[in-house]
Design a protein around this ligand. Sequence first.
Ligand code: SAM
Length: 338
Amino acid sequence: MDPALPAALRVAINLRLEGRPREDLARRAGDLSEGYRQGRASSALVRGVEDALAYALTRTPATYAAVRRALEETHALDPDFRPLSLLDAGAGPGGAGWAALDAFPGISEVTRLDHNAAFLDLAGSLAAQGPEALAGARRLQADLAAGDLPAESRADLVIAAYALTEIAPGALPGAIGRLWGAAGSRILIVEPGTPEGWRRGLEIRRELITQGARILGPCPHAGPCPIAAPDWCHFSQRLPRSRDHRRAKGGVAPFEDEKFFWIAAARAGPHPPAPSVSRVIAPPRTSKAGVRLRLCRPDGTVADVDFPRRDRAALVRVRRLDWGDALPEDGPPGVGGQ
Ligand SMILES: C[S@@+](CC[C@H](N)C(=O)[O-])C[C@H]1O[C@@H](n2cnc3c(N)ncnc32)[C@H](O)[C@@H]1O
């Protein structure tokens, strides 16, 4: 899986940046980051195409990478699923659609839904030279937080990336119900990897289970989450930063690590059923003695599990695993200190 934006999207963003003063973009990008940090919604921050472009420059690479990774993890659990249609809900500049097309090139029908016309306009123009399904995507200006979604929103796969974070808590169950109602087969929600994003993720998970959905991941079970505050479940995806991206963010590192949380659910169980896995929920710790993984396990518990070097077979199973990966169950390894 390549976490970098597809070349066609990168080129499209660069073309839109041409002739625009970088200082202005950097200022708008700074205002956006500060606003999001304060918990303000895009509706208050993205007022026109310039703000939407600043978002595309500074946030789309990271949100794309997070969605692409979540799709990769979901695909590993559900390899037979091949969607033909996609709803990108709260689409913003449309990065999730590009990630879905990268993961599932067979998607031929895409709908972008957002209440912000500036975002929908930008998403359409960025995709104009992209894959056919994205270039010809349906545009729906609608509110996820109120009323029924238009019938055209229905799709095999529904993705809402960094969008439910902007819905008021009281409106969240209704929004989840609308999105689940639009999902013909699968739904993927991606949220910021903050304590608040995780808490909202757990609420989304609860609501989806209540509505009859089968959770695919990242949780390997449908029971209560075994993680307790101040700890929180989240994942991290490294992605490259372009020169413009670095300048707009005032950073020097050629990469960044996007922290995110995801929940994927299926309308009916995948056939055959998803394999039983444990999920690596922290960076692996490697020492002379071996590898220690913090695992969320199918029995609903979390444990630090040691894979000693002397046990070659166990080490081979885990040595390439990273934070967020799934470890297929294969007999009970030794449990280390919690
Ligand atoms: C932080 S942006 C995320 C954009 C994109 N999905 C991404 O991953 O980069 C949140 C998006 O959700 C949209 N949004 C927020 N509340 C919404 C609502 N009630 N109805 C429709 N769209 C909404 C915003 O307009 C914005 O495009």
